[in-house]
Design a protein around this ligand. Structure first.
Ligand code: NAD
Length: 519
């Protein structure tokens, strides 16, 4: 029997013993760096001569690990293994499948700091951000384990029909292409993959090129724990090649993707094309970007609002789909709030995050990201007023550091107010009043998260009705969704609104079979 789900508590890094434990986990992970990792197909470790390096973005010469540069041929091999494995895995009872997740969660909890330390080194997360990422991964495992057991019980769902014995079964779909991003490198990679397999599907799982090491560690929790061969196949390599073939393959039944709008819309199109020999319409679960806003009116607690703006904009270097990259502030309090935001931003510590728990802002993930973000900053100096930051920070090791950057008086038409930058760049926007602020907030192609700071009940009620985002928060930051408490997924170009960590999520990984037997 499973105990009720409870979110995993976060680590209190003000306690010296927690700091010491984390520092020693970092040292342990450092001793593992630089090894070579294979593909895993049908339980077999397949080493390839051709590899690519995952590197520490704070010190790009530091290689985290060398990963197999897979190709379309490997995808086809994995597809064959996953198709065979599906024939037995689909009949394994849901409660039995759930136990693999619960066991993996227990192991991840025991080795929590190791998983978090891996993300500090591989993607430059601060200790607190990495700890939250691992906690979220544990939450997904525990939550989906319970959800599949609930979904398997259809009693009470159907209208009584006395002359028949009725049943509604949520059965798995088939082989799934699971394609996560690098930013919630443990949480999303774990969440999408575990949802897939606990629902009875088998997976071709391709982590992002920037974060294969943490995914490898997650995979090991399953492979070393008796998961049948072929259920979870691990493929690394270029997204367009390996991911591209996974999406295209006629035997792919479901594509679960989280990443950029550009790649997501391309996958949507490709998955819609029926390939020769394909017997179904592919299911797609596509979660994409955001241009999220924190809205502040003149009745708000301005100090709290300013703190939330800074946390939403700069947590993990602004590299969250939920990042509050726009602060929309009504004119009467605009100068006051911006002043407080600047004051807090000046206190932000930037550096290699393995230095300590107090380093808030690490590097951006790679050189491409750095160049893209610096391009937007250059554009911002034409579109708005640079109030803070704006420069790359040079370090002897050539890390990808960018100052937390704030633009003021950014017009709603500006590209830096409309396009996802995915870096530490905040656009402050002046609104005439609350009406105008809400209008600006909704004037976007996206619709993922949003926050409103106000003490006016009528305005909050109006935002409930009119602020068109999948995750709406009042008087708190717009990042930090908790599994089970804040089902997560957006509207419009933010994706298919799958609501990860919510009660409906696993249904997307199944199809319903209605059975009636005449009595
Ligand atoms: P990305 O789109 O570059 O890559 C995502 C994944 O897709 C990676 O595994 C990549 O290798 C793979 N890929 C790349 N090209 C492919 C192709 N042609 N076919 C198949 N797969 C391909 O995104 P990213 O840089 O890893 O992640 C950042 C993006 O993810 C941001 O836009 C962010 O907003 C978004 N995101 C959204 C959510 C959400 O829940 N809505 C959560 C986290 C991140």
């Amino acid at each position: 029997m499973l105990m009720p789900y409870r979110p995993e508590p976060l680590t209190d890094f003000s306690l010296p013993e927690n700091q010491a434990a984390f520092a020693s986990a970092l040292e342990a992970v450092k001793s593992e760096l630089g090894r070579v990792y294979p593909l895993v197909i049908n339980g077999q470790r397949i080493e390839l001569e051709e590899t690519f390096a995952s590197v520490n973005p704070a010190r790009p010469d530091e290689v985290i690990g060398y990963f197999a540069n897979g190709s379309a041929v490997h995808v086809d091999q994995a597809m064959s293994a996953a198709s065979d494995a599906f024939e037995t895995w689909k009949h394994v009872p849901p409660a039995e499948r759930a136990r693999y997740l619960v066991k993996a969660a227990a192991e991840m909890r025991r080795r929590k700091h190791e998983f978090s330390a891996t993300m500090v080194l591989e993607i430059g997360k601060s200790w607190a951000e990495a700890d939250a990422d691992t906690a979220e991964a544990i939450d997904f495992l525990e939550y989906y384990a319970r959800q599949i057991v609930r979904i398997a019980d259809s009693s009470g769902l159907l209208a009584p029909f006395p002359s028949e014995q009725l049943d509604l079964q949520y059965i798995p779909l088939g082989v799934s292409a699971v394609i996560p991003p690098w930013n919630f490198a443990c949480a999303i990679a774990t969440g999408m993959m575990s949802a897939t397999i606990v629902a009875g599907n088998t997976a071709l799982w391709k982590p992002a090129e920037q974060s294969p090491f943490i995914a490898w560690k997650v995979g090991e929790l399953f492979w070393n724990n008796g998961l049948p061969d072929g259920v979870l196949n691990f493929l690394t390599g270029p997204g367009e090649v390996v991911g591209g073939r996974m999406v295209e393959h006629p035997q792919t039944r479901l594509v679960a993707f989280t990443g950029s709008r550009e790649v997501g819309t391309g996958i949507y199109e490709k998955a819609a094309r029926v390939q020769p020999g394909q017997k179904w319409l592919k299911r797609t679960v596509l979660e994409m970007g955001g241009k999220d806003a924190v809205l502040v009116d003149e009745t708000a607690d301005l100090e709290q609002a300013a703190a939330a703006i800074v946390a939403s904009a700069f947590g993990f270097q602004g590299q969250k789909c939920s990042a509050g990259s726009r602060a929309i502030i009504v004119d009467r309090v605009y100068d006051n709030v911006v002043e407080q935001v600047l004051k807090l931003t000046r206190q932000i510590t930037v550096g290699a995050t393995d230095r300590g728990a107090d380093v808030y802002l690490g590097p951006v993930v790679d050189l491409d990201a750095l160049n893209k973000i610096m391009g937007y900053i250059e554009l911002g100096t034409e579109e708005g007023r640079l109030l803070h930051g704006g420069k790359r920070i040079d370090t002897p090791e050539g890390g990808y550091f960018i100052e937390p950057t704030i633009f003021g008086d950014v017009p709603r038409t500006a590209r830096i107010a409309r396009e996802e930058i995915f870096g530490p760049v905040l656009a402050c926007m002046r609104a005439d009043d609350y009406d105008d602020a809400l209008d600006i907030a909704n004037d976007t192609d996206y619709g993922l998260t949003g926050a409103v700071f106000s003490t006016d009940r009528a305005r909050l009620e109006r935002a409930r009705r009119e602020y068109h985002v999948g995750n709406l928060y009042f008087n708190r930051k717009c990042t930090g969704a908790i599994v089970g408490a804040h089902p997560f997924g957006g509207f419009n170009m933010s994706g298919t609104n799958s609501k990860a960590g919510g009660p409906d999520y696993l249904l997307l990984f199944t199809q319903a079979k209605s059975i009636a037997e005449k009595l």
